[in-house]
Design a protein around this ligand. Structure first.
Ligand code: FAD
Ligand code: NAP
Length: 452
Protein backbone atom coordinates (compact mmCIF):
# COMPACT_ATOMS: atom_id res chain seq x y z
CA UNK A 1 0.00 0.00 0.00
CA UNK A 2 1.27 3.48 -0.89
CA UNK A 3 1.24 6.44 1.45
CA UNK A 4 -0.09 9.56 -0.15
CA UNK A 5 0.86 13.16 0.51
CA UNK A 6 -0.50 16.34 -0.97
CA UNK A 7 2.74 18.27 -1.36
CA UNK A 8 1.72 19.11 -4.95
CA UNK A 9 -1.73 19.79 -6.26
CA UNK A 10 -2.18 16.12 -7.11
CA UNK A 11 -1.70 13.37 -4.54
CA UNK A 12 1.58 11.53 -4.92
CA UNK A 13 2.83 8.54 -2.92
CA UNK A 14 5.53 8.79 -0.26
CA UNK A 15 7.92 5.87 0.06
CA UNK A 16 9.69 5.24 3.32
CA UNK A 17 13.34 4.19 3.15
CA UNK A 18 15.37 2.79 6.07
CA UNK A 19 19.16 3.06 5.92
CA UNK A 20 21.11 0.89 8.34
CA UNK A 21 24.30 2.79 9.30
CA UNK A 22 25.19 6.46 9.06
CA UNK A 23 28.69 6.32 7.55
CA UNK A 24 29.59 7.69 4.11
CA UNK A 25 27.81 4.95 2.16
CA UNK A 26 24.61 5.47 4.16
CA UNK A 27 24.45 9.21 3.66
CA UNK A 28 25.57 9.16 0.03
CA UNK A 29 22.90 6.57 -0.83
CA UNK A 30 20.27 8.64 0.97
CA UNK A 31 21.50 11.80 -0.75
CA UNK A 32 21.08 10.19 -4.16
CA UNK A 33 17.64 8.83 -3.37
CA UNK A 34 16.40 12.18 -2.05
CA UNK A 35 17.97 14.41 -4.66
CA UNK A 36 17.33 12.29 -7.75
CA UNK A 37 13.84 10.99 -7.04
CA UNK A 38 11.35 11.65 -9.84
CA UNK A 39 8.49 14.08 -9.32
CA UNK A 40 5.99 11.22 -9.32
CA UNK A 41 6.68 10.21 -5.71
CA UNK A 42 8.19 11.47 -2.46
CA UNK A 43 10.76 9.72 -0.32
CA UNK A 44 11.54 9.96 3.40
CA UNK A 45 14.68 8.43 4.90
CA UNK A 46 15.34 7.17 8.43
CA UNK A 47 18.92 6.31 9.45
CA UNK A 48 19.52 3.62 12.07
CA UNK A 49 22.94 3.83 13.70
CA UNK A 50 24.27 1.53 16.42
CA UNK A 51 26.32 4.29 18.08
CA UNK A 52 24.83 7.44 19.56
CA UNK A 53 27.05 9.30 17.04
CA UNK A 54 26.81 9.51 13.22
CA UNK A 55 29.43 9.35 10.42
CA UNK A 56 30.93 5.83 10.77
CA UNK A 57 34.58 5.61 9.73
CA UNK A 58 34.69 9.27 8.82
CA UNK A 59 34.61 9.91 12.58
CA UNK A 60 36.31 6.71 13.77
CA UNK A 61 38.62 5.60 10.92
CA UNK A 62 39.95 8.64 9.07
CA UNK A 63 43.15 9.81 10.75
CA UNK A 64 42.92 12.83 13.09
CA UNK A 65 45.36 14.80 10.89
CA UNK A 66 43.07 14.42 7.82
CA UNK A 67 40.28 16.83 8.85
CA UNK A 68 39.59 17.81 5.24
CA UNK A 69 38.46 14.23 4.50
CA UNK A 70 35.77 14.58 7.17
CA UNK A 71 34.12 17.35 5.13
CA UNK A 72 32.06 14.54 3.58
CA UNK A 73 30.03 14.65 6.82
CA UNK A 74 28.49 17.92 5.60
CA UNK A 75 26.31 15.85 3.23
CA UNK A 76 24.54 14.35 6.22
CA UNK A 77 24.45 17.60 8.21
CA UNK A 78 22.82 19.44 5.29
CA UNK A 79 20.36 16.62 4.67
CA UNK A 80 19.30 16.67 8.31
CA UNK A 81 18.43 20.36 7.94
CA UNK A 82 16.82 20.37 4.51
CA UNK A 83 15.28 16.97 3.82
CA UNK A 84 12.63 14.59 5.17
CA UNK A 85 15.22 12.62 7.11
CA UNK A 86 15.41 11.27 10.69
CA UNK A 87 18.31 9.86 12.72
CA UNK A 88 17.85 7.01 15.19
CA UNK A 89 21.18 6.64 16.99
CA UNK A 90 22.01 4.09 19.67
CA UNK A 91 19.97 1.49 17.74
CA UNK A 92 21.66 -1.72 16.64
CA UNK A 93 19.67 -3.27 13.83
CA UNK A 94 19.49 -7.01 14.38
CA UNK A 95 19.49 -6.49 18.15
CA UNK A 96 17.43 -3.50 19.28
CA UNK A 97 15.18 -3.86 16.27
CA UNK A 98 14.93 -6.71 13.77
CA UNK A 99 14.90 -6.49 10.01
CA UNK A 100 11.40 -8.02 10.18
CA UNK A 101 10.29 -5.05 12.27
CA UNK A 102 11.86 -2.63 9.81
CA UNK A 103 9.89 -4.32 7.01
CA UNK A 104 6.68 -3.33 8.80
CA UNK A 105 7.66 0.33 8.59
CA UNK A 106 9.61 0.75 5.34
CA UNK A 107 9.23 0.17 1.61
CA UNK A 108 12.99 -0.20 1.04
CA UNK A 109 15.83 -1.09 3.39
CA UNK A 110 19.45 -0.26 2.57
CA UNK A 111 22.12 -2.11 4.55
CA UNK A 112 25.11 0.24 4.85
CA UNK A 113 26.46 -1.02 8.14
CA UNK A 114 30.13 -1.32 7.16
CA UNK A 115 32.48 -3.88 8.69
CA UNK A 116 33.25 -4.40 12.35
CA UNK A 117 36.04 -6.91 12.63
CA UNK A 118 39.57 -7.62 11.43
CA UNK A 119 41.47 -10.33 9.62
CA UNK A 120 43.61 -12.39 11.92
CA UNK A 121 46.82 -14.40 11.56
CA UNK A 122 46.83 -17.93 12.84
CA UNK A 123 50.53 -18.33 13.66
CA UNK A 124 52.38 -19.05 16.90
CA UNK A 125 52.47 -16.04 19.19
CA UNK A 126 49.62 -14.15 17.55
CA UNK A 127 47.71 -14.31 20.82
CA UNK A 128 50.42 -12.25 22.55
CA UNK A 129 49.01 -9.05 24.11
CA UNK A 130 51.72 -7.15 22.20
CA UNK A 131 50.32 -8.31 18.84
CA UNK A 132 47.32 -6.10 18.16
CA UNK A 133 44.98 -5.53 15.23
CA UNK A 134 45.23 -2.14 13.50
CA UNK A 135 41.45 -1.70 13.78
CA UNK A 136 41.66 -1.65 17.56
CA UNK A 137 44.62 0.70 17.54
CA UNK A 138 42.80 3.03 15.11
CA UNK A 139 39.59 2.91 17.17
CA UNK A 140 41.60 3.80 20.24
CA UNK A 141 43.41 6.83 18.83
CA UNK A 142 40.16 7.99 17.24
CA UNK A 143 38.24 7.82 20.54
CA UNK A 144 35.86 5.00 19.56
CA UNK A 145 33.84 3.93 22.61
CA UNK A 146 35.70 0.74 23.44
CA UNK A 147 37.42 -0.83 26.42
CA UNK A 148 40.54 -1.69 24.40
CA UNK A 149 43.77 -0.46 25.98
CA UNK A 150 46.88 -0.64 23.79
CA UNK A 151 50.23 -1.49 25.30
CA UNK A 152 51.98 1.37 26.96
CA UNK A 153 54.46 2.70 24.38
CA UNK A 154 56.97 3.46 27.13
CA UNK A 155 59.78 0.93 26.95
CA UNK A 156 58.97 0.01 23.35
CA UNK A 157 61.60 0.84 20.71
CA UNK A 158 60.82 -1.26 17.64
CA UNK A 159 57.37 -1.71 16.15
CA UNK A 160 56.51 -3.97 13.23
CA UNK A 161 53.42 -3.26 11.16
CA UNK A 162 52.30 -6.20 9.04
CA UNK A 163 50.65 -5.13 5.75
CA UNK A 164 51.29 -1.95 3.78
CA UNK A 165 47.84 -0.53 2.95
CA UNK A 166 46.84 3.02 3.83
CA UNK A 167 45.68 1.92 7.29
CA UNK A 168 49.23 0.67 7.99
CA UNK A 169 50.57 4.08 6.93
CA UNK A 170 48.08 5.91 9.18
CA UNK A 171 49.20 3.78 12.12
CA UNK A 172 52.88 4.37 11.29
CA UNK A 173 52.29 8.13 11.12
CA UNK A 174 50.62 8.08 14.54
CA UNK A 175 53.67 6.31 15.97
CA UNK A 176 56.24 8.45 14.18
CA UNK A 177 55.01 12.04 13.88
CA UNK A 178 55.97 14.37 16.72
CA UNK A 179 53.44 15.05 19.46
CA UNK A 180 52.94 18.67 18.27
CA UNK A 181 51.54 17.26 15.03
CA UNK A 182 48.69 15.59 16.97
CA UNK A 183 47.97 18.10 19.72
CA UNK A 184 45.55 20.34 17.75
CA UNK A 185 43.67 17.41 16.19
CA UNK A 186 40.72 15.40 17.53
CA UNK A 187 42.98 12.46 18.49
CA UNK A 188 41.82 10.90 21.78
CA UNK A 189 43.26 12.27 25.01
CA UNK A 190 44.24 8.70 25.91
CA UNK A 191 46.30 8.43 22.76
CA UNK A 192 47.96 11.81 23.29
CA UNK A 193 49.02 10.77 26.76
CA UNK A 194 50.44 7.46 25.60
CA UNK A 195 52.20 9.10 22.63
CA UNK A 196 53.76 11.66 24.97
CA UNK A 197 55.42 8.83 26.87
CA UNK A 198 56.32 6.87 23.74
CA UNK A 199 59.89 5.60 23.38
CA UNK A 200 59.29 4.18 19.89
CA UNK A 201 62.43 4.63 17.78
CA UNK A 202 61.81 2.55 14.69
CA UNK A 203 58.80 1.35 12.71
CA UNK A 204 59.09 -1.36 10.03
CA UNK A 205 56.18 -1.75 7.59
CA UNK A 206 56.40 -5.27 6.22
CA UNK A 207 54.59 -6.66 3.16
CA UNK A 208 54.37 -10.23 1.97
CA UNK A 209 54.60 -9.27 -1.73
CA UNK A 210 56.78 -6.92 -3.80
CA UNK A 211 57.12 -3.20 -4.45
CA UNK A 212 54.68 -3.15 -7.33
CA UNK A 213 52.01 -4.77 -5.16
CA UNK A 214 52.32 -2.06 -2.47
CA UNK A 215 48.78 -1.35 -1.29
CA UNK A 216 49.41 2.25 -0.13
CA UNK A 217 48.77 5.27 -2.37
CA UNK A 218 51.03 8.19 -3.27
CA UNK A 219 49.59 10.93 -1.07
CA UNK A 220 49.78 8.72 1.99
CA UNK A 221 53.39 7.53 1.43
CA UNK A 222 54.41 11.13 0.73
CA UNK A 223 53.06 12.18 4.12
CA UNK A 224 55.36 9.65 5.81
CA UNK A 225 58.35 10.56 3.65
CA UNK A 226 57.80 14.26 4.41
CA UNK A 227 58.25 13.55 8.10
CA UNK A 228 61.97 13.85 7.25
CA UNK A 229 61.41 17.60 7.83
CA UNK A 230 60.74 16.71 11.45
CA UNK A 231 63.82 14.52 11.78
CA UNK A 232 62.08 11.20 11.01
CA UNK A 233 64.26 9.22 8.63
CA UNK A 234 63.19 6.79 5.93
CA UNK A 235 65.59 3.84 5.77
CA UNK A 236 66.12 3.04 2.06
CA UNK A 237 64.41 -0.03 0.65
CA UNK A 238 66.59 -3.16 0.54
CA UNK A 239 69.10 -2.45 -2.24
CA UNK A 240 68.75 -5.72 -4.14
CA UNK A 241 64.96 -5.29 -4.44
CA UNK A 242 65.11 -1.61 -5.34
CA UNK A 243 67.93 -1.92 -7.91
CA UNK A 244 66.03 -4.63 -9.79
CA UNK A 245 62.88 -2.52 -9.72
CA UNK A 246 64.26 0.87 -10.83
CA UNK A 247 64.53 0.16 -14.59
CA UNK A 248 60.79 -0.62 -14.72
CA UNK A 249 59.60 2.62 -13.04
CA UNK A 250 59.26 4.57 -16.29
CA UNK A 251 57.14 1.83 -17.81
CA UNK A 252 54.58 1.82 -15.01
CA UNK A 253 51.05 3.24 -15.22
CA UNK A 254 50.75 6.84 -14.00
CA UNK A 255 49.64 6.22 -10.39
CA UNK A 256 52.42 3.68 -9.83
CA UNK A 257 55.01 5.82 -11.60
CA UNK A 258 54.12 8.74 -9.33
CA UNK A 259 54.19 6.51 -6.26
CA UNK A 260 57.67 5.14 -6.93
CA UNK A 261 59.26 8.35 -8.20
CA UNK A 262 58.04 9.93 -4.94
CA UNK A 263 59.84 7.21 -2.99
CA UNK A 264 62.90 7.46 -5.24
CA UNK A 265 63.30 11.16 -4.40
CA UNK A 266 63.54 10.31 -0.71
CA UNK A 267 65.98 7.44 -0.82
CA UNK A 268 68.89 9.51 0.43
CA UNK A 269 67.43 11.55 3.24
CA UNK A 270 70.34 13.30 4.94
CA UNK A 271 69.43 13.41 8.62
CA UNK A 272 72.42 13.17 10.90
CA UNK A 273 70.73 12.38 14.18
CA UNK A 274 67.25 11.12 13.34
CA UNK A 275 64.61 11.27 16.06
CA UNK A 276 63.05 8.09 14.71
CA UNK A 277 63.41 5.87 11.65
CA UNK A 278 61.06 3.79 9.53
CA UNK A 279 61.30 1.37 6.63
CA UNK A 280 59.33 -0.39 3.94
CA UNK A 281 60.14 -4.07 3.75
CA UNK A 282 58.96 -6.53 1.14
CA UNK A 283 58.60 -10.24 0.33
CA UNK A 284 58.33 -11.37 3.94
CA UNK A 285 55.54 -13.26 5.71
CA UNK A 286 55.42 -13.50 9.50
CA UNK A 287 55.94 -17.07 10.69
CA UNK A 288 56.11 -16.64 14.47
CA UNK A 289 55.91 -13.93 17.09
CA UNK A 290 58.46 -14.83 19.74
CA UNK A 291 58.02 -13.95 23.39
CA UNK A 292 60.95 -13.86 25.82
CA UNK A 293 60.53 -13.39 29.57
CA UNK A 294 56.81 -12.83 29.08
CA UNK A 295 57.31 -10.02 26.55
CA UNK A 296 57.23 -9.92 22.77
CA UNK A 297 60.84 -9.86 21.57
CA UNK A 298 60.93 -10.53 17.83
CA UNK A 299 59.10 -11.69 14.73
CA UNK A 300 60.44 -14.51 12.59
CA UNK A 301 59.68 -13.93 8.91
CA UNK A 302 59.89 -16.32 5.98
CA UNK A 303 61.30 -14.80 2.82
CA UNK A 304 58.97 -15.07 -0.17
CA UNK A 305 59.18 -15.23 -3.91
CA UNK A 306 56.41 -14.27 -6.25
CA UNK A 307 55.67 -17.04 -8.71
CA UNK A 308 53.02 -16.13 -11.28
CA UNK A 309 51.71 -13.51 -8.86
CA UNK A 310 51.45 -15.99 -5.98
CA UNK A 311 53.43 -15.80 -2.75
CA UNK A 312 55.77 -18.80 -2.38
CA UNK A 313 57.66 -19.19 0.90
CA UNK A 314 61.42 -19.82 0.62
CA UNK A 315 63.65 -21.67 3.11
CA UNK A 316 65.36 -18.49 4.26
CA UNK A 317 64.13 -16.92 7.49
CA UNK A 318 64.93 -13.59 9.05
CA UNK A 319 64.36 -12.23 12.52
CA UNK A 320 63.22 -8.72 13.25
CA UNK A 321 63.44 -7.29 16.77
CA UNK A 322 60.15 -5.79 17.94
CA UNK A 323 58.32 -5.24 21.20
CA UNK A 324 55.01 -4.44 19.51
CA UNK A 325 53.36 -5.79 16.35
CA UNK A 326 50.37 -4.17 14.70
CA UNK A 327 48.48 -6.35 12.22
CA UNK A 328 47.17 -4.15 9.43
CA UNK A 329 45.97 -6.91 7.14
CA UNK A 330 42.47 -5.71 6.39
CA UNK A 331 39.13 -5.31 8.11
CA UNK A 332 36.40 -8.00 8.06
CA UNK A 333 32.65 -7.79 7.66
CA UNK A 334 29.93 -9.92 9.21
CA UNK A 335 26.30 -10.69 8.66
CA UNK A 336 23.44 -8.98 10.40
CA UNK A 337 20.69 -11.11 11.98
CA UNK A 338 18.39 -12.18 9.16
CA UNK A 339 20.91 -11.73 6.34
CA UNK A 340 23.09 -14.80 6.98
CA UNK A 341 22.27 -16.52 3.68
CA UNK A 342 23.38 -13.47 1.71
CA UNK A 343 26.69 -13.03 3.53
CA UNK A 344 29.76 -14.10 1.52
CA UNK A 345 32.27 -14.99 4.20
CA UNK A 346 35.38 -15.15 1.98
CA UNK A 347 34.67 -11.80 0.40
CA UNK A 348 33.46 -10.30 3.66
CA UNK A 349 30.40 -8.70 2.07
CA UNK A 350 26.74 -9.17 1.21
CA UNK A 351 25.89 -10.84 -2.08
CA UNK A 352 24.31 -8.25 -4.35
CA UNK A 353 23.89 -7.08 -7.91
CA UNK A 354 24.36 -3.33 -8.23
CA UNK A 355 23.41 -3.04 -4.56
CA UNK A 356 20.25 -5.18 -4.89
CA UNK A 357 20.29 -8.00 -2.32
CA UNK A 358 16.70 -9.28 -2.52
CA UNK A 359 13.38 -7.55 -3.25
CA UNK A 360 13.14 -4.44 -1.08
CA UNK A 361 16.67 -4.92 0.31
CA UNK A 362 19.76 -3.05 -0.86
CA UNK A 363 23.33 -2.58 0.25
CA UNK A 364 26.00 0.14 -0.01
CA UNK A 365 29.61 0.74 0.95
CA UNK A 366 32.08 -1.66 2.51
CA UNK A 367 29.45 -4.28 3.37
CA UNK A 368 28.42 -4.21 -0.30
CA UNK A 369 31.92 -4.42 -1.78
CA UNK A 370 34.15 -5.76 0.97
CA UNK A 371 36.41 -3.61 3.19
CA UNK A 372 38.12 -1.55 0.49
CA UNK A 373 37.81 1.84 -1.12
CA UNK A 374 38.21 5.46 -0.19
CA UNK A 375 35.34 7.82 0.50
CA UNK A 376 35.22 9.12 -3.09
CA UNK A 377 34.82 5.61 -4.54
CA UNK A 378 32.33 4.72 -1.80
CA UNK A 379 30.31 7.79 -2.80
CA UNK A 380 30.15 6.92 -6.50
CA UNK A 381 29.22 3.35 -5.73
CA UNK A 382 26.55 4.38 -3.22
CA UNK A 383 24.97 6.56 -5.90
CA UNK A 384 24.64 3.37 -8.01
CA UNK A 385 22.73 1.66 -5.19
CA UNK A 386 20.55 4.76 -4.81
CA UNK A 387 19.86 4.74 -8.53
CA UNK A 388 18.64 1.14 -8.41
CA UNK A 389 16.52 1.81 -5.31
CA UNK A 390 14.75 4.62 -7.15
CA UNK A 391 14.29 2.51 -10.25
CA UNK A 392 12.60 -0.24 -8.20
CA UNK A 393 10.35 2.20 -6.33
CA UNK A 394 9.37 3.66 -9.66
CA UNK A 395 8.50 0.19 -10.96
CA UNK A 396 6.42 -0.72 -7.91
CA UNK A 397 9.06 -3.19 -6.65
CA UNK A 398 9.24 -2.62 -2.91
CA UNK A 399 8.14 -4.11 0.41
CA UNK A 400 4.36 -3.96 0.24
CA UNK A 401 1.88 -3.40 3.07
CA UNK A 402 0.78 -0.77 5.53
CA UNK A 403 3.78 1.06 7.01
CA UNK A 404 3.50 2.05 10.67
CA UNK A 405 5.75 4.67 12.25
CA UNK A 406 8.65 3.04 14.07
CA UNK A 407 9.37 5.69 16.72
CA UNK A 408 7.51 4.12 19.63
CA UNK A 409 9.49 0.88 19.24
CA UNK A 410 12.72 2.79 19.88
CA UNK A 411 12.35 4.61 23.20
CA UNK A 412 16.13 4.80 23.74
CA UNK A 413 17.04 6.11 20.30
CA UNK A 414 19.25 9.19 20.13
CA UNK A 415 17.73 11.82 17.83
CA UNK A 416 19.71 14.19 15.63
CA UNK A 417 19.00 17.12 17.98
CA UNK A 418 20.34 15.06 20.86
CA UNK A 419 23.49 14.24 18.87
CA UNK A 420 23.92 17.98 18.20
CA UNK A 421 24.09 18.47 21.99
CA UNK A 422 26.94 15.97 22.19
CA UNK A 423 28.57 17.52 19.12
CA UNK A 424 28.47 20.93 20.80
CA UNK A 425 29.86 19.48 24.04
CA UNK A 426 32.80 17.86 22.20
CA UNK A 427 33.60 20.98 20.20
CA UNK A 428 33.56 23.21 23.30
CA UNK A 429 35.64 20.76 25.31
CA UNK A 430 38.07 20.58 22.38
CA UNK A 431 38.32 24.35 22.15
CA UNK A 432 39.20 24.56 25.82
CA UNK A 433 42.05 22.10 25.24
CA UNK A 434 43.29 23.64 21.99
CA UNK A 435 41.96 20.70 19.95
CA UNK A 436 39.55 20.64 17.01
CA UNK A 437 37.28 18.34 19.05
CA UNK A 438 37.53 16.26 22.20
CA UNK A 439 35.46 13.12 21.62
CA UNK A 440 33.54 11.47 24.42
CA UNK A 441 34.67 7.84 24.20
CA UNK A 442 32.22 6.20 26.54
CA UNK A 443 28.63 5.29 25.61
CA UNK A 444 27.24 5.92 29.11
CA UNK A 445 28.77 9.39 29.22
CA UNK A 446 27.46 10.08 25.70
CA UNK A 447 23.93 9.12 26.74
CA UNK A 448 24.19 11.19 29.90
CA UNK A 449 25.08 14.26 27.81
CA UNK A 450 22.39 13.75 25.16
CA UNK A 451 19.74 13.21 27.84
CA UNK A 452 20.81 16.16 30.01
P1 FAD B 1 31.34 2.87 7.76
O1 FAD B 1 31.96 4.20 7.58
O2 FAD B 1 32.05 1.87 8.60
O3 FAD B 1 29.86 3.08 8.36
C1 FAD B 1 29.09 2.01 8.84
C2 FAD B 1 28.19 2.51 9.96
O4 FAD B 1 27.23 1.50 10.29
C3 FAD B 1 28.94 2.80 11.26
O5 FAD B 1 28.57 4.08 11.75
C4 FAD B 1 28.50 1.69 12.21
O6 FAD B 1 28.50 2.10 13.58
C5 FAD B 1 27.09 1.41 11.71
N1 FAD B 1 26.60 0.07 12.06
C6 FAD B 1 27.28 -1.10 12.10
N2 FAD B 1 26.46 -2.13 12.42
C7 FAD B 1 25.23 -1.60 12.61
C8 FAD B 1 23.98 -2.15 12.98
N3 FAD B 1 23.83 -3.47 13.19
N4 FAD B 1 22.92 -1.33 13.13
C9 FAD B 1 23.06 0.02 12.92
N5 FAD B 1 24.23 0.59 12.55
C10 FAD B 1 25.31 -0.21 12.39
N6 FAD B 1 38.90 7.05 3.01
C11 FAD B 1 39.32 8.25 2.52
O7 FAD B 1 38.83 8.68 1.47
N7 FAD B 1 40.28 8.98 3.16
C12 FAD B 1 40.84 8.57 4.33
O8 FAD B 1 41.71 9.26 4.89
C13 FAD B 1 40.40 7.32 4.87
N8 FAD B 1 40.94 6.87 6.02
C14 FAD B 1 40.53 5.66 6.51
C15 FAD B 1 41.15 5.18 7.66
C16 FAD B 1 40.79 3.93 8.16
C17 FAD B 1 41.47 3.41 9.41
C18 FAD B 1 39.83 3.16 7.50
C19 FAD B 1 39.45 1.81 8.03
C20 FAD B 1 39.22 3.62 6.33
C21 FAD B 1 39.57 4.87 5.82
N9 FAD B 1 39.00 5.38 4.65
C22 FAD B 1 39.41 6.58 4.16
C23 FAD B 1 37.95 4.62 3.95
C24 FAD B 1 36.54 5.12 4.35
O9 FAD B 1 36.49 5.26 5.74
C25 FAD B 1 35.47 4.14 3.84
O10 FAD B 1 35.52 4.16 2.42
C26 FAD B 1 34.05 4.50 4.27
O11 FAD B 1 33.97 4.92 5.59
C27 FAD B 1 33.10 3.29 4.10
O12 FAD B 1 31.81 3.72 4.44
P2 FAD B 1 30.66 2.74 4.94
O13 FAD B 1 29.47 3.63 5.13
O14 FAD B 1 30.54 1.59 4.05
O15 FAD B 1 31.13 2.16 6.35
P1 NAP C 1 44.37 -2.89 2.13
O1 NAP C 1 44.68 -1.66 1.34
O2 NAP C 1 43.60 -3.95 1.48
O3 NAP C 1 45.79 -3.46 2.65
C1 NAP C 1 45.85 -4.66 3.36
C2 NAP C 1 47.30 -5.09 3.48
O4 NAP C 1 47.33 -6.29 4.26
C3 NAP C 1 47.96 -5.44 2.15
O5 NAP C 1 49.30 -5.04 2.17
C4 NAP C 1 47.83 -6.97 2.12
O6 NAP C 1 48.82 -7.61 1.34
C5 NAP C 1 48.08 -7.28 3.58
N1 NAP C 1 47.61 -8.60 3.97
C6 NAP C 1 46.36 -9.11 3.88
N2 NAP C 1 46.33 -10.37 4.37
C7 NAP C 1 47.60 -10.66 4.78
C8 NAP C 1 48.20 -11.78 5.36
N3 NAP C 1 47.50 -12.88 5.65
N4 NAP C 1 49.53 -11.74 5.63
C9 NAP C 1 50.26 -10.63 5.36
N5 NAP C 1 49.74 -9.52 4.80
C10 NAP C 1 48.43 -9.54 4.51
O7 NAP C 1 43.56 -2.54 3.47
P2 NAP C 1 43.63 -1.37 4.51
O8 NAP C 1 44.98 -0.80 4.64
O9 NAP C 1 42.94 -1.95 5.70
O10 NAP C 1 42.69 -0.25 3.85
C11 NAP C 1 41.31 -0.52 3.53
C12 NAP C 1 40.81 0.52 2.55
O11 NAP C 1 40.70 1.80 3.22
C13 NAP C 1 41.71 0.72 1.36
O12 NAP C 1 40.93 0.89 0.20
C14 NAP C 1 42.43 2.01 1.69
O13 NAP C 1 42.88 2.73 0.55
C15 NAP C 1 41.36 2.79 2.44
N6 NAP C 1 42.02 3.77 3.31
C16 NAP C 1 42.31 4.97 2.74
C17 NAP C 1 43.01 5.90 3.48
C18 NAP C 1 43.36 7.21 2.83
O14 NAP C 1 42.87 7.50 1.75
N7 NAP C 1 44.20 8.02 3.46
C19 NAP C 1 43.44 5.61 4.78
C20 NAP C 1 43.15 4.36 5.32
C21 NAP C 1 42.44 3.44 4.56
P3 NAP C 1 48.44 -8.23 -0.11
O15 NAP C 1 48.29 -7.02 -1.00
O16 NAP C 1 49.59 -9.07 -0.41
O17 NAP C 1 47.15 -8.98 0.05
Amino acid sequence: MRFFSSSCRTLIPTYKVAVVGSGPSAFYTAYHVLSKKPETFNVTVDFFEKLPTPFGLSRYGVAPDHPEVKNCEDYLRTMMKDSPVRFFGNVTVGKDITLGELEQSYHSICLAYGVDNDNSLDIPGSDSPQVIPARQFVNWYNGYPTDFKPPNLEGIEDVTIIGNGNVALDVARVLLAPIDHWKPTDISEDALEVLRGSTVKNVNIVARRGLLESAFTTKEIRELLDLSKKGIKFIPIEESLWEDFVPSINKLDRPNKRKFTTIQKHLNQQIEHPQKTWSLQYMKSPKEFVTENGKLAKTIFTKNELVEGKVVAQDEQIEVKNELVILSIGYRGSSIAGMERYFLDRESRLQNKGGRVKPGYYTSGWIKNGPKGIIASTMMDSFDTGFNMLEDLNNGEYLQGEKADITEKLPNAVTWDQWLKLDDFELKQGEAKGKSRDKVNNIEKMLEIVNS
